[in-house]
Design a protein around this ligand. Structure first.
Ligand code: PNS
Length: 165
């Protein structure tokens, strides 16, 4: 099967991510979203929360799976999963340097894998998880940029944080 993986931190999963996923589904028969647990990154959402939100958002697609990369290399995960492609969304030129490094390293580690860069719709050019987190935690409206379920989870997080203050 012509299968790809779509890895990321997804903290949280945005409509920009969804747009990239839909584009990948036009190319590949199956795409698995792979959440990197990434102990070095201080995430707003736990890996369980990110898993739950992505499962909800992608439940409309019969050919999309969601999995977690708890530790280890993405290249090893791709090899074991039998994925020949890694999908990454690129919004701006500044994303490219880091993406190029990662793609060439992943190719070094697993020569059969090809990284495919996809550009989301231009309306998501400035939509990044980091800015969505910041705006949502400060009470701003991000409903145009995330799925209603993700919006609800952001609201819950904000309420929890405000209660702790
Ligand atoms: O959404 P992000 O944070 O830009 O995603 C980065 C991610 C998760 C794709 C990258 O950090 C990754 O692949 N992590 C897994 C560990 C690994 O293989 N690192 C070496 C990458 S060359």
């Amino acid at each position: 099967m012509n299968k790809a993986i779509y890895p990321g931190t997804f903290d949280p999963f945005t409509n920009g991510h969804l747009d990239v996923l839909e584009r990948a589904l036009n190319i590949f028969e199956r795409v698995d979203v792979v959440i990197a647990e990434n102990s070095q990154k201080n995430t707003l959402f736990t890996v369980e929360e990110r898993l739950a939100m992505i499962q909800e958002v992608v439940s409309i697609f019969p050919n999309v799976g969601v999995d977690v990369l708890h530790d280890g290399l993405l290249a090893d995960y791709a090899r074991t999963a039998g994925a020949k492609a890694i999908v990454r969304g690129v919004r701006q030129v500044k994303d490219f340097e880091y993406e190029l490094q990662m793609s060439l390293l992943n190719r070094h580690l697993y020569p059969e894998v090809t990284t495919v860069f996809l550009m989301p719709n231009v309306k998501y050019t400035y939509v990044a998880s980091s800015i969505i987190r910041e705006v949502a935690m400060l009470g701003g409206d991000v409903s145009k940029f995330v799925h209603p379920y993700v919006l609800e989870m952001l609201g819950t997080k904000r309420d929890e944080r405000n209660k702790r203050r």
